[in-house]
Design a protein around this ligand. Structure first.
Ligand SMILES: Nc1ncnc2c1ncn2[C@@H]1O[C@H](COP(=O)(O)OP(=O)(O)OP(=O)(O)O)[C@@H](O)[C@H]1O
Length: 297
């Protein structure tokens, strides 16, 4: 019995389980009761019009924000809402606006990303004993491996700020991978890229998935999302509108409406609609009672 259960569950495990996540900023609910899971071996997309709450949701997953309510679990354990502990647990991310150390080399940027995985403490680093040198050599080798994986090994000694934009994005990914994550969160990885760079990033993300790292990606480039993702969730005004495979999401009228006319962008909530309707009804009765009043303005 136990053996059978093990066999059937061994193939897929839930890596990320975000449940009923809500994030309020004062009176604004940026994320409302969102559930989302990412399973091992999956690439999941998170899309939605500008201001839909995608980045806020990412920030709730990675400990930058403490959600107003809801829980976030990584491999079955509730995550502490502290970014470095989330990274240590196994979630790495990149940011919408590139956050590299501009005046450090490409290699140094990746080495910085390894700090949560190196055990050598302060004294070891200061005394520079054999343990420190072994750890340093291993970190260096791993960082070079990651640079090769993203295609930047020849630029290891260049300053990060001198890389073209598309390569800076790749370097961010290499640095995130340096923490040896089980889940990688990518926030608009192709922003500012040309179509060729975007296709290359697509291949890179497939390569990351093939290394056994699950991926959750926010992106505005729909072609990229629908080519890449096993599952796509759509956020509109902080709420999950639809979730499904690419074909299901692409064919959903509500998603098309949210994007084409962007009627959801600044659409009023139910309360505001009711208020406006009541005001209109009131105006109509007043106008009926006092004809000509509408010309007073
Ligand atoms: N720190 C904050 N304080 C107050 N409001 C915030 C904060 N961060 C985000 N918001 C608001 O929350 C809403 C969701 O923003 P968010 O950046 O998460 O959307 P998004 O879907 O990532 O948008 P985009 O696609 O433009 O990046 C917006 O109305 C935004 O103004």
């Amino acid at each position: 019995m136990t053996a059978m259960t093990t066999t059937t569950t061994a193939t897929t495990t839930t890596v990320l389980d975000a449940s009923d996540v809500t994030m309020r900023f004062g009176g604004l609910t940026a994320v409302r009761s969102v559930d989302l899971t990412v399973n091992s071996g999956e690439i999941v997309g998170l899309i939605g019009p500008n201001g839909a709450g995608k980045t806020t949701f990412f920030n709730c997953l990675t400990g930058l924000y403490v959600p107003t309510s809801g829980t976030v679990k990584y491999k079955g354990t509730v995550l502490p809402p502290k970014p470095h502990l989330v990274t240590q647990a196994g979630i790495a991310r990149t940011f919408q606006n590139i956050r590299l150390f501009a005046n450090m080399t490409v290699l140094e940027n990746v080495l910085v990303g390894r700090h949560t995985r190196t055990k050598e403490g302060l004294w070891s680093a200061l005394l520079r004993g054999p343990g420190f040198h072994r750890a340093e050599a291993a970190s260096h080798a791993r960082a070079m491996e990651l640079l090769e994986f993203v295609g930047l090994e020849k630029k290891a000694e260049h300053l990060a700020r001198n890389l073209p934009y598309g390569e800076q994005r790749k370097l961010e990914i290499a640095r995130a991978l340096a923490s040896e994550p089980g889940l990688l969160l990518l926030d608009e990885p192709t922003a500012g890229m040309n179509p060729q760079e975007t296709r290359a990033t697509e291949e890179l993300v497939f390569g990351i998935r093939d290394k056994g790292i699950a991926v959750l990606v926010i992106e505005h480039d729909m072609r990229f999302i629908f080519n890449l993702c096993d599952r796509v969730a759509v956020l509109v005004q902080g709420e999950k509108l639809v979730e499904g495979d690419s074909a299901t999401v692409q064919g959903d009228e509500r998603v098309v409406a949210a994007y084409l006319g962007e009627p959801f962008e600044n659409a009023p909530g139910d309360e505001e609609v009711a208020e406006v309707e009541a005001a209109e009804a009131h105006a109509e009765t007043t106008t009926d009672a006092a004809p000509g009043k509408e010309n007073d303005r």
